[in-house]
Design a protein around this ligand. Structure first.
Ligand code: GUN
Ligand code: FE
Length: 407
């Protein structure tokens, strides 16, 4: 049994896309990795630790990012398909080397924690061994994640190309082997252009039988969409995934920019979710996320860094860009916080453990030090979202354990 800790701080807690709860000067008790109680300081007796100059937030959740692209972030080629061919695929090929895979995974997961991301949904390279290494490193560092071996069995460079059998066998074995709630495998067909019909159909059947999570990319770029039309001869990009059973309540589709109303309807009926990647979408000039239409359609979505088309693992930066990159709609701080935390925990069906600061949930906590001269107030959340650089991430707890402390 751990000793009970009492921490005095100012809590911001996501409730919904419209509502944040602000609880100034609270004492939060944590023990054995879990939040035991939250109460106003005035009601507390006994010792406490002083975090009054901090804001206390739940750990951030990154809904879509690529481990093997960690070292190529910021290497620019205009547009998705040339960027994949010239920057991404040669780098991912380097992950045949287990030493390189371990080196990158270590720095990647360390950086996530330093940025306050306490759970992430990750694409690994298209190799079994590199994916095993990613899991081992995550486990060693105490990182919480879903990690998927990226699947590509057609139209891919020789060095990355898998046989359909390899893709399926290792995906299923990884899913069986890594199945803890906070560290598990996710089926990861890269995107329709690099996946055979057979691969997608078998993945869809397996996912349905085992309720497995699936991640992929959908309608990111107009050239990509034209390619899918040419390759599959279906009504739409979404219809391809639908046909092979990849749209399930456990599917998370990255980007989702260029979608017709009938595609949105298909997604809504399937119960699938979107990972919104604002940094990446503008970096590659992929387009503007149809925020209002997706919200009106009632499709769940959350924020994601999409490294290396995203330029940073800092989720506060993704939040700010979500606002900046809507040309019509003003996205408010309450929604930004929600899309970084509770929205993603709900999509992952982990909201009984993660996503907000509530009694009984894990103590995955971020302490942001206020800038000199600032006093905590409700509007400080807005300042954190839009002027995040002014705040300093001082400490990160995962399940109550300190995993990061700044100097
Ligand atoms: N579509 C297929 N693969 C990728 C990838 O690695 N990154 C992005 N942004 N889009 C993709
Ligand atoms: Fe991506």
């Amino acid at each position: 049994m751990d000793t009970l800790r009492y921490i005095r701080s100012n809590i911001f807690n996501p409730i919904s896309s419209e509502e944040t709860e602000y609880l100034p000067d609270q004492v939060i008790a944590i023990q054995n990795g879990t939040i035991q109680s939250i109460s106003p300081f005035g009601e507390h007796f006994g010792a406490w630790e002083d975090y009054r100059k901090c804001l206390l937030l739940p750990g951030f959740i990154d809904l879509h990012t690529h481990l093997p692209q960690y070292f190529i972030r910021g290497i620019y080629y205009p547009a998705l398909l040339p960027w994949l061919e010239k920057a991404v695929f040669p780098e991912e090929a380097r992950f045949r080397d287990p030493l390189y895979a371990r080196h990158t995974a270590t720095l990647f997961f360390q950086e996530l924690i330093k940025q306050g991301t306490t759970f992430s949904v990750v694409y690994s390279a298209p190799f079994r061994e590199a994916t095993e290494i990613a899991f081992e490193v995550a486990q060693e560092l105490g990182a919480q994640a879903k990690i998927g071996m990226t699947l590509m069995d057609i139209h891919s460079p020789e060095v990355l190309l898998q046989t359909t059998d390899y893709a399926l066998k290792h995906s299923f074995e990884l899913t069986e082997k890594w199945n803890a709630p906070l560290l598990s495998h996710i089926l990861s067909p890269r995107f329709a252009p690099t996946c055979s019909e057979n691969l997608m159909r078998e993945l869809g059947a397996y996912a349905r039988q085992h309720q497995s999570f699936i991640q992929s990319h959908l309608s990111e770029n107009t050239d990509e969409i034209a390619l899918v039309k040419e390759l599959f001869n279906k009504d739409s990009y979404t219809a391809v995934y639908q046909e092979y059973g990849l749209l399930t309540p456990h599917s998370i589709m990255g980007h989702a920019i260029h979608l017709s109303d009938s595609e949105l309807q298909l997604i809504k009926e399937s119960g699938s979710s979107f990972a919104h990647c604002p940094d990446s979408n503008f970096y590659l000039k992929s387009g503007e996320y149809p925020y209002r239409r997706i919200k009106e359609a009632g499709i769940p979505f959350g924020l994601a860094s999409d490294i290396g088309a995203g330029t940073s693992l800092n989720m506060l930066q993704q939040a700010k860009l979500m606002n900046y990159r809507q040309s019509q709609d003003a996205i408010l701080p309450e929604e930004l916080l929600y899309r970084l935390t509770l929205a993603n925990a709900r999509i992952l069906e982990l909201d009984h453990l993660l996503g907000s600061i509530d009694v009984g949930k894990q103590a995955d906590l971020l302490f942001f030090r206020l800038p000199e001269g600032f006093s905590p107030a409700y509007q400080t959340l807005s300042q954190l979202c839009f002027s995040g650089d002014s705040f300093h991430l001082q400490e990160v707890l995962v399940q109550g354990r300190r995993v990061y402390k700044s100097e």
